[in-house]
Design a protein around this ligand. Structure first.
Ligand SMILES: [Zn+2]
Length: 362
């Protein structure tokens, strides 16, 4: 944990200030330590990542690692300061954290190629690189931190949070960026004060949450006046295959398979997709673009065409393993935007099959 992030963090339970006790690291960096709030809630810093998650969920997410950590520093072990666990959403969160943690620790490379960056800017439209310049940005649900990396090129400071062990990868990949910070945290209990961020992104995450609308509606409170909230979610229109066929495959087969087996099996559909794009979509886009536009998923697949096979494979695996996946109609997204409290809202039909919701806090 880079110490510069301390100015921004608060206790996720009581929102009071956090105080750092560093056990390993140097004057600017803590590898292992404890963050304690004014009220006495304590949170470990494990492998350079502050784990600002309420105790019950933290035990679910960290497993045996939590105990090993506190046995190393027994006098700092938290006692009786825990807030009650949010039981009704605990289980889906745990299973999501396991799935994404597994996925992103295996697909641990940083895809910072031009196509991935283009995809990032499609997801955050209408924002452009110049809109990120000098800004304080929160990437809620950062995974391996690809968007943190793209944002850090322009932002003053960017913080990526995620519930899963993907934060370990994100931390390693953004370690050398002085303005990028990774925190393990729960989207429903963010460890930040109100009205601090200039930009908040949540890309490809809301549709996987147990309470998607609740998460989205909580975001504006963390953004300053004049700042923006931008989320990207799966759409239902032009997306029958994912919303129907894939959802059946997930509930009947793929969610029941052990993750390592599913990961290996995903190579098959990923290879088929690669061939279909290379031998049907790409040539047709070259010789008859007007006709190609009529193919399902054409815009999206032509972006896939420029991604590495491993990146494509990770996306197919991601589609097959999702514990929860919601697909939204544009009309409902319009309603969300209207009741979000945000102004100058914009709904974009990203890649003709998903939605970007953007709005400004006034
Ligand atoms: Zn506290």
């Amino acid at each position: 944990m880079k110490h510069a992030v301390m100015d921004l963090l608060v206790c996720p339970l009581c929102k009071s200030a956090l105080h750092l006790k560093s056990f390993a690291g140097d004057s600017n960096w803590t590898q292992e330590g404890v963050l304690e709030c004014d009220r006495g809630d304590r949170f470990p810093i494990v492998e350079g990542i502050p784990v600002l998650i309420e105790p019950h969920l933290r035990q679910d997410v960290l497993g045996g690692e939590e105990d090993r950590f506190w046995s190393k520093y027994p006098s700092h072990r938290p006692m009786g300061s825990a807030a009650p666990a949010v039981e009704q959403v605990r289980s889906p969160k745990k299973s999501a954290a396991e799935v994404w943690g597994y996925q992103w620790q295996y697909f641990h490379e940083l895809w910072k190629d031009e196509a991935s960056e283009e995809q990032f800017y499609r997801w955050i439209q209408p924002l452009r690189p110049e809109d990120l310049k000098g800004q304080l940005i929160l990437d809620a649900g950062c995974g391996t931190g690809r968007h943190v990396w793209f944002s850090a090129k322009h932002a003053r400071t960017v913080i990526g949070i995620d519930l899963s062990f993907a934060t370990r990868v994100a931390e390693r990949l953004s370690h050398d960026l002085p303005n990028a910070h990774i925190v393990q945290a729960d989207i429903y209990r963010l460890p930040f004060r109100r009205a601090v961020f200039d930009r908040l992104f949540c890309l490809g995450v809301v549709h996987h949450l147990p309470d998607p609308k609740g998460a989205y509606f909580s975001y504006p409170e963390y953004v300053k006046k004049g700042g923006s909230v931008t989320i990207w979610v799966y759409g239902r229109e032009n997306n029958w295959f994912a919303a129907c066929a894939l959802e059946v495959a997930r509930s009947v087969v793929t969610r029941r398979l052990p993750l390592p087996i599913l990961k290996t099996l995903s190579i098959i559909p990923a290879s088929v997709l690669r061939l279909v794009i290379a031998f049907i979509y790409a040539p047709l886009n070259h010789v008859a673009p007007a006709l190609a536009k009529k193919l399902p998923y054409n815009t999206f697949f032509m972006l896939f065409h420029r991604l590495s096979f491993r990146n494509l494979w990770s996306m197919v695996f991601d589609q097959l393993n999702a514990p929860i996946a919601h697909y939204y109609r544009g009309a409902l997204m319009e309603e969300w935007l209207k009741s979000s409290g945000l102004a100058r809202t914009q709904l974009s039909h990203t890649n003709d099959m998903s939605w970007t919701l953007h709005g400004i806090k006034e």
